[in-house]
Design a protein around this ligand. Structure first.
Ligand code: COA
Length: 326
């Protein structure tokens, strides 16, 4: 690289997480619905998931993850300019879950709002935060993914209820200039409402008689996922003049081990450079990427200066990618 660019970029300066205390194994879920550890593990790679207790709301978990991310970044809550929380399971129709997080952590100066893009929510939130930072509107943003899918699962549908879990992850995103090319390099977002009926919730928060359950055509989602995610990651690489060889880590949305492996294979990335947490967390929707990022940063696999590619696909369909240098 030549001279340091004075470009204003967004850098992740801290990562945090929260997982509910209650762990539910495949054997335990087999007591509720006709399935088996062997079926779930073979088809999805999932071995366990966390299910929230009543006190572990989307806001509670989002706040806990945020406190940890702020401490890792060495940032005080009252320095936060904005809180963007991605969730498909908000605690209320309104106010936004993000304002409850704001109150819980004491981020008095911030403005706060939610983003709804299902399992792509974290990438969408990161993209919005990055744009706001680049244009100079804000300098420090908490970007959170927090979900309680256990509350929208239909425990009579074994094709879906075994796949999801609860949890939260958060990052602190801060404006930096220079820094040898570190920061978010690009984000790419997509949606196609023509696929709305292959993955959705058949009700809404606040509908007393129809709180809603998750409904999915698993085969069709699977078919779309590998194709759309592969094109999303190639789009990110092309936009930055990079190839898969340049990527240190792929941190994918954690829906299914077979989807993760399929995208890694299409990219030609060895499994050692792909972060996988779906075995322990199952699919935590908008929380899955920051949870995986937290895991690999805290165990020392992901290091400062490395090139990280994030990708996700979810209900909508929505999908997208983010490429960043830590
Ligand atoms: N335990 C045991 N059997 C199950 C089961 C379970 N939990 N869920 C479904 N089955 C059965 C079905 O009833 C069916 O039985 P049948 O052939 O007697 O009718 C059989 O397994 C095959 O079902 P099918 O739905 O075709 O399985 P599949 O191979 O497509 O695998 C998924 C199902 C859900 C694992 C797979 O489609 C998938 O991973 N899709 C992507 C889902 C996803 O990641 N969504 C989130 C994206 S954000």
């Amino acid at each position: 690289m030549g001279e340091l660019s004075p470009l204003r970029r967004s850098r992740i300066t801290g990562v945090g997480h929260y997982l509910p205390e209650h762990i539910v194994s495949n054997d335990e879920i087999s007591l509720r619905v006709e399935t088996s550890d062997a079926w779930i593990t073979e088809r999805t790679g999932i071995r366990q998931r966390h299910f929230s207790a009543p006190f572990e709301t989307t806001a509670f978990m989002g706040a806990a993850a945020s406190r940890e991310a702020l401490a890792a970044a060495g940032v005080e809550a009252d320095s936060v300019d904005a809180i963007i929380l991605a969730t498909a399971t908000p605690d209320q129709a309104f106010p936004a879950t993000a304002v409850h997080v704001q109150a819980a952590i004491g981020a008095k100066r911030a403005f706060a709002f939610d983003i709804s893009a299902a399992c792509s929510g974290f990438i969408y939130a990161l993209s919005v935060a990055d744009s706001m930072i680049r244009c100079g509107q804000v300098s420090t943003v908490l970007v959170i993914g927090s979900e309680v899918y256990s509350r929208i699962l239909n425990f009579e549908d074994r094709g879906t209820c075994v796949l999801f879990g609860d949890g939260a992850g958060a990052v602190v995103l801060q404006a930096k200039t220079g820094g040898e090319g570190a920061g978010i390099l690009s984000t790419h977002l997509h949606s196609d409402g023509a696929f709305a009926e292959i993955l959705y919730v058949d009700g809404a928060v606040g509908q007393r008689d129809r709180p809603g359950h998750l409904v999915m055509n698993g085969r069709e989602v699977f078919r779309q996922a590998v194709t759309l995610l592969s094109s999303a990651v190639n789009e990110a690489l092309e936009a930055n003049g990079l190839t898969a060889k340049d990527i240190d880590w792929l941190v994918p949305h954690q829906a299914n081990r077979r989807i993760i492996d399929g995208v890694g294979k299409k990219l030609g990335l060895p499994p050692e450079r792909v972060v996988v947490t779906v075995d322990k967390h199952a699919n935590t929707s908008a929380a899955s990427i920051p949870l995986a990022l937290y895991q690999a940063v805290s165990d020392g696999r992901i290091k400062p200066g490395q090139l990280i590619l994030l990708e996700a696909l979810g209900g909508g369909l929505t999908w997208g990618s983010a490429l960043l240098r830590l």
